[in-house]
Design a protein around this ligand. Structure first.
Ligand code: NAD
Length: 467
């Protein structure tokens, strides 16, 4: 990897950040461990680049379309590197890259609407939309590219520049993405910075940043909001989730089992809006547990680069320790593992896909976010109990209802306290929809036109009808 721009500016040899392959547990490469004081030069350049970038919406559209093409052209290299550092199966990496390009293309063609308001007085107001300035995009390790694009594509389309900071666990594919995008975008419109904390904290509090858009855990989200308060920058936070899937008594277990399993286990369960708890009618509980356990026992687990792998490793050692700890706690609390329940022997951060039953609702695997390949299945007797349990959490990202009578399922979905509710599937998102969590799951709205306006401010001109 080339020396970073700030390294050159400051004329010093950069510290390095070791990057581990989660399929082996061994370091396979490194990235710059940039220091917080390097951000002044980066943000300054992003600010200078902003003036040209904001001025020409047509040039922006052309550049963002070219950026999408460049991402697709580099798809093979990006996908292999993403799988290597993140762990996900190669097919999921390709899907992530396709989504990254699709976001760029979607936002390239999206423009805010200028509106004129008249209210009977001899004047009108025209509402125009203006960009904010340099935007900080801070991203976690579960979908490094796709979540980055969810931030920089609307920010850039709105006429802002972006400083993008990936997780120190997954800096490499993002750095490669940065170089790929640099072939299509003007200099300093998008800059990737990598390093350990307090790099993110410094970026969030930097006085030159006008919007901090963050995806990650609730505690870090709070810290980011506090840091951004120093400069009163706008904050958009997409935080954790503990999504429930509520199965109704007319559900056909065989028909939905595959979809339900993958809604919980895709990306090894490391998805903010994965199904993290299943509520099944008591009469169907054993059948649901059996159907999910059978899939958990037979799914191909292995390194993401192996063609047959459907489930890769957990991304990093601290997360593996967390998954192991909540599972052990559940078993100590009286749960039974219908499948898995333990780490897998051998190198790498592999955990056996786990289905838990007889779990007390207060056990952390139900009450908190497990963020790994472990799924508790809880029985209920009355539907009201299931809805109350689904809503009985500090999170409110998503939720789903599964059944044959779609009208009834939709009526139950309408009772879920979350940002997105699905019927008979989970975690499907349209690029055009708003995406927002309630309660601890987030602040602000991303996605679609709402994501674009989240990166703009209104500018209003009052004008009389006559001179
Ligand atoms: P995290 O909060 O530990 O880290 C997220 C990012 O913040 C990383 O880039 C990290 O380096 C950076 N960071 C750490 N401390 C910081 C600080 N003080 N100031 C600024 N930045 C800081 O999260 P994680 O472990 O990387 O990701 C997992 C979490 O992300 C889960 O809780 C998951 O639910 C959540 N998530 C949410 C969404 C969503 O859209 N709601 C999507 C994906 C993941």
């Amino acid at each position: 990897m080339p020396t970073s721009e700030p390294d050159r500016v400051l004329g010093r040899r950069a510290a390095r950040l070791a990057v581990v392959d989660p399929a082996t547990g061994e370091t396979f490469d490194e990235a710059p461990d940039q220091q917080p004081d390097e951000l002044d030069a980066v943000v300054d350049r992003a600010h200078r680049a902003w003036h040209g970038w904001r001025a020409d919406p047509v040039a922006r559209t052309t550049a963002l379309r070219a950026a999408a093409d460049a991402v697709e052209t580099a798809g093979d290299d990006l996908a292999r590197l993403l799988t290597r550092e993140q762990g996900k199966p190669l097919a999921e990496s390709y899907a992530e890259i396709a989504r990254t390009a699709a976001r760029l293309r979607y936002f390239a063609d999206l423009a805010p609407r200028t509106r004129r308001i008249t209210d009977g007085r001899p004047m009108h107001s025209e509402i125009r939309w203006r960009p904010l300035g340099p935007v900080a995009a801070i991203v976690p390790w579960n979908f490094p590219l796709q979540l980055a694009a969810a931030k920089f594509a609307p920010a850039l389309a709105a006429g802002n520049t972006t400083v993008l900071k990936p997780s120190p666990f997954t800096p490499l594919a993002t750095r490669l993405l940065g170089s790929v995008l640099a072939t299509a975008l003007p200099e300093d419109v998008l800059t990737v910075v990598t390093g350990r904390e307090p790099l993110g904290a410094r970026l969030a509090s930097h006085p030159g940043i006008r919007h901090v858009t963050f995806t990650g855990s609730v505690p870090t989200g709070r810290a980011v909001a506090e840091a951004a308060a120093a400069s009163l920058a706008r904050v958009t936070l997409e935080l954790g989730g503990n999504d429930a899937a509520v199965l109704l008594d007319d559900v056909e277990v065989d028909r939905i089992a595959d979809r339900l399993f993958w809604a919980a286990f895709r990306n090894c369960g490391q998805v903010c809006m994965a199904v993290k708890r299943v509520y099944a009618p008591a009469r169907l509980h054993a059948e649901v547990v059996e159907a999910l356990a059978q899939r958990a026992k037979t799914v191909a687990v292995g390194p993401g680069l192996n063609a047959e792998t459907r489930l890769g490793p957990v991304n990093n050692a601290p997360q593996l320790a967390r998954v192991e700890q909540v599972t052990k706690q559940a078993l100590a609390d009286g749960a039974r593992a219908a499948a898995g329940g333990h780490r897998l022997d051998g190198p790498g951060y592999f955990f056996a896909p786990t289905i838990l039953t007889d779990v007390p609702p207060s056990s952390p695997v139900v009450a908190e976010e497990q963020f790994g390949p472990v799924l508790p299945v809880l029985p209920y007797r009355r539907l009201d109990e299931a809805v109350a349990a689904a809503n009985g959490t500090g999170f409110g990202l998503g939720g789903s209802v599964w059944g044959t009578d779609l009208d009834r399922a939709e009526a139950v979905a309408d009772r879920l306290e979350c940002g997105t509710a699905w019927i008979n599937h989970h975690a499907e998102l349209s690029l055009a929809q708003p995406f927002a969590g309630v309660k601890n799951s987030g602040v602000g709205v991303a996605g679609g036109l709402w994501g674009l306006y989240g990166n703009l401010r209104p500018f209003v001109v009052h004008r009389p009808q006559e001179a």
